[in-house]
Write a protein that binds this ligand. Structure first.
Ligand SMILES: Cc1cc2nc3c(=O)[nH]c(=O)nc-3n(C[C@H](O)[C@H](O)[C@H](O)COP(=O)(O)O)c2cc1C
Length: 172
């Protein structure tokens, strides 16, 4: 069982959650690579059995070049501005047998608003015919962070459950 965790992150919070997700999957016996979206190829779905996609919520959904430019103005490093999950999905080659799960990070103060990058990804992939596992959101205190106190542990637990589920399906 080979898995990839592909993530976008402007301020590092989604990257931290991606690491927790990878560790959670490993503890369920899954072999995992963690790949920043700026380095992810268009063949990731074809070369893995499970792909977990994570992104920060921007303007109620996935980031755009304009929202990433805004993040850079607020102090995010310029090298992560070029490409987000939205652009990567546009280029991605399809592969029917892969399992997909998604997560996002969001500002706690906006949790009552409907916007979620993970739900946006799930919607785009379901439209392409994929089965996507229910998504998860992890919360930050403000635009730059920090992550909520228990969010890394919660992400690890979410991923371990996901890993066990996928391993059971593979064995069945
Ligand atoms: C331009 C911009 C728009 C944002 N819009 C939202 C939003 O609509 N809803 C929300 O919950 N958080 C929003 N946020 C907060 C981000 O979700 C937060 O910065 C992100 O989770 C941090 O993750 P990162 O460190 O991986 O970039 C926004 C942040 C930026 C920079």
């Amino acid at each position: 069982m080979r898995a990839a965790v592909v993530y976008e992150s402007m301020f590092g919070n989604t990257a931290t959650i991606a690491t927790s997700v990878a560790n959670g999957l490993r503890s369920a016996g899954v072999q995992v690579r963690v790949i920043p979206v700026t380095a992810a190829g268009d063949d990731v779905l074809r070369t893995h059995d499970l792909v977990v996609i994570g992104a920060p919520t921007h303007a109620l959904g996935l980031s755009r070049p304009s929202t990433r430019a805004d993040a850079v103005l607020r102090g995010a490093p310029a090298e992560v501005e070029a490409r987000g999950v939205r652009e990567w999905l546009d280029d991605l080659q399809d592969a029917r047998s892969v399992r997909i799960a998604v997560f996002d990070t969001r500002a706690r103060a906006m949790r009552r608003l409907p916007g979620s990058a993970a739900r946006h990804v799930a919607h785009l992939l379901r439209r392409r015919g994929y089965d996507v596992a229910p998504s998860a959101s992890f919360y930050v205190g403000g635009t730059e962070g920090p992550l909520g106190r228990h969010e890394e542990a919660r992400a690890g637990d979410w991923a371990t459950d996901l890993g066990h589920q996928v391993m059971r399906q593979v064995v069945a």
